[in-house]
Design a protein around this ligand. Sequence first.
Ligand code: ATP
Ligand code: MG
Length: 332
Amino acid sequence: MITLAHVSKTFPGPNPVRALDDVSLHVEAGEIYGVVGTSGAGKSTLIRTVNGLERPDSGTVTVNGRDMRALHGEALRVARHDIGMIFQQFNLLSSKTALANVELALITSGFTGDREREAMNMLDRVGLADRAHQYPAQLSGGQKQRVGIARALASKPSVLLSDEATSALDPETTHQILSLLKELNEELNLTVLLITHEMEVVKTICHSAALMRKGNIVEQGKLVDVLAVHGSVLGNELFPLGPLPRSRGNTIIEVTFAGVATNEPFIAQLVRDHDIDASLLGAAIENIGDMQIGRTRLELPGPVELHQHALADLRSKGLIVDVISNREGNDG
Ligand SMILES: Nc1ncnc2c1ncn2[C@@H]1O[C@H](COP(=O)(O)OP(=O)(O)OP(=O)(O)O)[C@@H](O)[C@H]1O
Ligand SMILES: [Mg+2]
């Protein structure tokens, strides 16, 4: 649905900034994709290349089959109807009611039917019909963002871009807005590309994520795959297991799982089938969609050589097993 291939962008000036440095990224249709990274990493620049607000110096940006970089004028305007965007500061017109803000978006998108009714439907969909005639100043942050979402969806886009849309909201309101985005994603098969600095947002609704640093994407993929990469920064931030304990001469393993395998009580099997007294040192588990994914850290008595058979057994069940340390004291 969205593909960036070798996209680079430098902002010129006395001290030129290479905001995007050979960035490639692919967002599948119907996916919720999160981009995280420190301030100045290039996240907003990246998202702005997707709707053509920013033109890359090189590389291609394809959205729903359209080459955004090749589009200009009217063609670009039309292509943008397929791409909604929401912002941290909501960007509503303060002189217009919630309803009028959404109606304005309908006008811009060339909607020809009963505008007021359509705008009302959109507000109803985001749970704000009863506030239709209020001005932004009379709405809470969460309510303003609901108007922002209704407005972004006015042109019936297939893609929604979100630049820190929940960053100005408290945790409870953030949760409600994320639930709404998730519903819209499922109901409308809306593809969502969102920027956030909150790992919680990624965990709650994203299927895939990318980590940006200094204009580069340093890690990316489906959460389950990212998690499975030993030493993954994203994996560690999403599913932190805390610092390793001091070596007690035992084997420490980390077991990563996604989906199917979690239905099997693998810790119990270690104990029962292999007669290993495994103790649990840490666990980080989340439900993402209808899939449980996560990581556990276990301590098995004695050196790793004693446990090869058991570890092979776990791996044969589709679990990813990393040996973190063993009797020799290497700490992985
Ligand atoms: N229009 C511009 N002109 C010059 N430099 C810019 C411009 N826009 C962004 N930059 C620079 O490009 C780099 C990336 O900026 P960008 O806004 O994409 O970062 P970000 O990851 O979104 O950061 P934040 O988390 O703070 O929003 C920064 O060093 C920024 O100062
Ligand atoms: Mg930004």
